[in-house]
Design a protein around this ligand. Structure first.
Ligand code: ATP
Length: 319
C-alpha cells in the first residue's frame, strides 16, 4: 500500500487547507494511506507526523492558513538534516511526499526526490512570484483582500480629499500591487519591476486635484521605497494631505476565494494521481486554465514575467 506524506512550508497562503483536503480525500477515495506532517520540513525532521482520514479535513475548505502549520527549517538544508528527514520518512513507511509552498519549499522537495522519495510540489504563495505558472494558490485571495481595503480607503479618502499610500506585499514581485491596483482603480501603482519617479506620481495627483478628483490612491509594493517618505514627498509637492496604510499580514489571512479553492482542488487531486502513476520530481502549475506538470527544478528556474499589458491598461485607465 502506498503512503503519501503531505506538508505545508514557507509562508502560509489561503487555499492551503482546501488543498490539504483535496489531497487527503483523493487518497482515501483511492485507498492510499495519507500522513500529515506538521510544521513543514522542521516537523518532518522531528517526526511530528500523524495519520489523516476523511474527518481530519472536515470543515476546512473555507479556512485560511494551514491546519498542518508551516515553518522554515535551516536544519533541513544541511546534509545531516536531510538524512534525518529521510530516516523519519522510512520509519513512518512514507514513500511519497506532496509539498505545498513556494520556490524554497520546491528546492527542498527536489532534495527528497533525488533521495528516492516520490515528490510533487504544489505552488502556494500569495506573491504569485513563481514564473512557470500563471497563478499560485493564495494569490487571488490576497488580491481580493487588498481590493477590499482599497475600496474602504477610497471612501474615507474621498470624504476628506486626501491622498493615500497603500503598502502591499511583494518585495520582489509586484503582482499583488498590479492586480489589486487595477481592480481597485488606484491612480498610481509602484512595483519593483518598473521605475517610477516621484514627479510622475505628484503630477498625477496635481492633475487629478485640478479636475476635482477627491481621492488619490497610490499602491506601493513593499521594499520599493519607504511609504512614509513617499507620502511626505507627495504632501510637500502637491499640498494634498496624504496618509499611509500598511496592509501587512492581513493579506495572508482570510477565507480563500473560489478561484483559489478550485485551483487547490484540482492540484491536490492531480498530485495524488501523479504519485499513483509513479511520477516524481514534478511541480504542478496552471497555464491558460489548464493544470500541467513539469520538472521541479526547471520550474523554479523560470523567471517570473511581469504583466506589462495589465500595467499599461492601469496607466491608461487612471488618467
Ligand atoms: P515563500 O514564497 O512563502 O517564502 P518558500 O517556500 O519560498 O515560500 P522558503 O523559506 O524559501 O519559503 O523555504 C521554505 C523551507 O524550504 C526552508 O525553510 C527550508 O527548510 C526549505 N528549503 C529552502 N531552500 C532549500 C534548499 N535549497 N534546499 C533544501 N531545502 C530548502
Amino acid at each position: 500500500m502506498k503512503t503519501i506524506g503531505l506538508l505545508t512550508s514557507g509562508g502560509d497562503a489561503p487555499g492551503m487547507n482546501a488543498c490539504i483536503r483535496a489531497i487527503v480525500r483523493t487518497c482515501v477515495f483511492n485507498g492510499v494511506r495519507v500522513m500529515g506532517i506538521r510544521s513543514g520540513y522542521d516537523g518532518l525532521i522531528k517526526g511530528d507526523i500523524y495519520e489523516m482520514n476523511v474527518s481530519s479535513v472536515a470543515d476546512i475548505i473555507q479556512r485560511g492558513g494551514t491546519i498542518l502549520g508551516s515553518a522554515r527549517s535551516e536544519e533541513f538544508r544541511t546534509p545531516r538534516g536531510k538524512k534525518k528527514a529521510i530516516g523519519i520518512l522510512s520509519d513512518f513507511g512514507i514513500d511519497s511526499v506532496i509539498v505545498m509552498g513556494g520556490d524554497g519549499s520546491f528546492r527542498g522537495a527536489k532534495e527528497l526526490s533525488e533521495a528516492g522519495i516520490k515528490t510533487i510540489g504544489i505552488p502556494c504563495t500569495i506573491d504569485n512570484d513563481m514564473g512557470y505558472t500563471d497563478y499560485t494558490i493564495g494569490f487571488f485571495t490576497a488580491v481580493e483582500t487588498v481590493v477590499d481595503a482599497i475600496s474602504k480607503i477610497r471612501d474615507t479618502s474621498s470624504s476628506h480629499g486626501r491622498g493615500n499610500v497603500v503598502e502591499v506585499m511583494g518585495r520582489h514581485c509586484g503582482d499583488i500591487a498590479l492586480y489589486a491596483g487595477l481592480a481597485g482603480g488606484a491612480e498610481t501603482i509602484v512595483v519593483p519591476e518598473i521605475d517610477v519617479n516621484i514627479e510622475e506620481i505628484t503630477d498625477k495627483v496635481i492633475s487629478g486635484k485640478k479636475r476635482g478628483k477627491l481621492h488619490h490612491i497610490i499602491i506601493l509594493a513593499e521594499g520599493v521605497g519607504n511609504s512614509y517618505e513617499l507620502a511626505k514627498a507627495i504632501e510637500e509637492k502637491t499640498d494634498v494631505t496624504t496618509k499611509v496604510t500598511v496592509l501587512g499580514h492581513i493579506q495572508r489571512g482570510g477565507n480563500p476565494s473560489a478561484f483559489d479553492r478550485l485551483l487547490a482542488c484540482q492540484m491536490g487531486s492531480k498530485a495524488v494521481k501523479l504519485i499513483m502513476d509513479e511520477r516524481s520530481g514534478l511541480a504542478l502549475g496552471m497555464k491558460s486554465n489548464h493544470i500541467f506538470e513539469m520538472d521541479l527544478i526547471e520550474a523554479v528556474q523560470v523567471k517570473h514575467k511581469f504583466n506589462t499589458d495589465l500595467y499599461e491598461i492601469a496607466r491608461e485607465l487612471s488618467i
